[in-house]
Design a protein around this ligand. Structure first.
Ligand SMILES: [Zn+2]
Ligand SMILES: [Zn+2]
Length: 247
């Protein structure tokens, strides 16, 4: 299993980083975890092919995690000439939210005919969903987005890759990441309790009972970026756009 960080920034461009988007290669397929507005910019920087991705999983319906789907669908139609099916899986209401965002930004774009199949899967809390060779279990977290916000636990090739999405600390983040080979955790600040987000001091306090083998700290705001050199835990890896990890 190989994870490529396409974007690991927050919603505000902190550190000049692109918005959240992870590209995963596993079990002979590829999938995305989140698709922030800058996803295609990251794909172009890294030489990745949008048409080679059959499935996109979305953690929650904030623009820095799903708005890139607007441009993704435009690219599929006008540039990539995509002919292969695309499945988008995310919280209940994802299709309506994407339609509204698409029609607001590029009127007529969502309604227009497309040459590839497009299907939506609504993920239900703590129900395992299998799409191709990838199984995902969503855990509801604490982060208001107008729909349930999820942490996502992926299993493929006998490996576990988990992602907190955005969230304040909540107990569901323990089973979401328990024993994961890699737990991608949003770490907005170094310490304290930022509203609807987590800090490194909070994460560090829970790591032993979650038990991940490695932790990738991501979605860092300026304050956390300035202190990232103070993270000393050997399990912790600091995200960078373009970083590639073998899991
Ligand atoms: Zn975010
Ligand atoms: Zn968010």
């Amino acid at each position: 299993m190989k994870l490529t960080v396409v974007g690991c920034g927050d919603a505000f461009g902190s550190g000049g980083r692109l918005q959240t988007c992870y590209h995963v290669e596993a079990a002979g397929t590829r999938y995305l975890i989140d698709c922030g507005a800058s996803a295609l910019i990251g794909f172009n920087r890294l030489g990745l092919d949008p048409n080679a991705v059959p499935t996109i999983f979305i953690s929650h319906l904030h623009g820095d995690h799903y708005a890139g789907l607007v441009w993704w669908l435009l690219h599929a139609k006008h540039v990539g000439k995509r002919a292969t099916p695309l499945t988008i899986a995310g919280p209940p209401g994802i299709e309506a939210r994407l339609r509204a965002a698409s029609e607001a930004l590029f009127p007529g774009s969502f309604r227009a005919a497309r040459r590839h199949e497009l299907s939506f899967v609504e993920l239900a809390r703590e129900e395992c969903c299998t799409i191709g060779p990838v199984a995902v279990t969503p855990f509801e977290v604490s982060h208001p987005s107008g729909a349930p916000s999820y942490a996502l636990r992926f299993e493929a090739e006998g490996k576990v890759l988990s992602f907190t999405g955005d969230s304040a600390w909540v107990e569901s983040l323990v089973p979401a990441g328990r024993g994961a080979d890699l737990y991608v955790m949003e770490c907005y600040q170094f310490e304290g309790e930022p509203r609807f987000h987590m800090s490194w001091s909070t994460i560090r306090g829970h790591l032993d009972r979650i038990g991940p083998k490695r932790v990738l700290l991501t979605h860092m705001a300026e304050g956390m970026l300035a202190r990232r050199g103070d993270v000393a835990d050997p399990r912790a890896v600091l995200a960078e756009d373009g970083l590639v990890l073998d899991i």
